[in-house]
Design a protein around this ligand. Structure first.
Ligand SMILES: CC(C)(COP(=O)(O)OP(=O)(O)OC[C@H]1O[C@@H](n2cnc3c(N)ncnc32)[C@H](O)[C@@H]1OP(=O)(O)O)[C@@H](O)C(=O)NCCC(=O)NCCS
Length: 207
């Protein structure tokens, strides 16, 4: 799928709701005007969360490239899936009634002893603000906690207020900064930590 073709579909009326009563429903009217009849797949669709596989890598890599000015090399995802036993990965996969499946979100975290480091997380632009990022973070933190993780941390660009809002909503706090951490524009990274992983609280985010 080419970048310009994205998103080719989005037509929702019967889809999962989020715990706060929000769902994906609100996007249909916004996006329908951009669609031709041939683009619209059968409805409904749902979003599955499952570990990343080697077959997902081309789509994951494209999502990464669309989402970041410093994307990972494709081989990094292969390494995380096939060799790094400390890695926990997930993808969010939109599933359509006609069998069509599209990767719309991904996350990679590393579990080092009892620390979970969020390495990357991204959601396709047309699927943002629907709770997908929150699901990816909550589910991987829970998986890490089940394997002994007791705290989590990440770096985020100072200018990335949306991601910071997501992490703050999930209990992360500012813990410091790494000056000129990103080499493309010398931007600072903010270090955010979640010092006590609480599985009960995290579970409440999972739908
Ligand atoms: C950051 C990112 C993963 C968030 O994914 P998402 O699926 O849109 O996030 P969610 O819908 O789960 O958002 C959960 C909460 O986070 C906050 N949030 C997320 N994006 C936000 C934004 N752009 N502005 C303000 N708040 C935002 C909100 O509080 C939101 O809850 P609400 O919608 O009920 O108000 C997504 O914007 C993305 O892929 N960005 C590009 C890549 C990136 O920056 N990754 C993070 C690197 S550190």
């Amino acid at each position: 799928m080419t970048r310009s073709a994205w998103p080719p579909f989005i037509y929702t009326s019967q889809i999962q709701s989020l715990p706060d009563g929000k769902g994906l429903r609100g996007i249909s009217s916004r996006m329908d005007s951009q669609l031709s009849g041939a683009d619209i797949p059968p409805r409904p669709f749902k979003i599955n969360y499952r570990p990343m596989t080697v077959e997902d890598i081309p789509q994951v890599h494209q999502l990464d490239q669309r989402s970041f000015s410093l994307p990972w090399p494709e081989r990094s995802f292969l390494y995380e899936i096939t060799q790094n036993t400390n890695a926990i990965t997930l993808v969010a996969e939109a599933v359509y009634e006609n069998g069509q499946r599209l990767i719309v979100g991904m996350i990679v975290v590393w579990l080092i002893v009892d620390e979970i480091h969020i390495g990357t997380v991204a959601v396709e632009a047309g699927f943002r603000r629907m709770g997908v990022g929150r699901q990816l973070v909550a589910r991987t933190l829970l998986a890490g906690a089940a394997r002994g993780g007791s705290m989590a941390f990440l770096e985020v660009r100072r200018s990335n207020l949306g991601a910071q809002a997501l992490y703050q909503q999930m209990g992360f706090e500012m813990a410091g900064e790494r000056r000129r951490y990103y080499h493309d524009n010398q931007e600072d990274a903010l270090l955010m930590t979640l010092n006590r992983l609480n599985q009960a609280i995290l579970s409440r985010w999972v739908v």
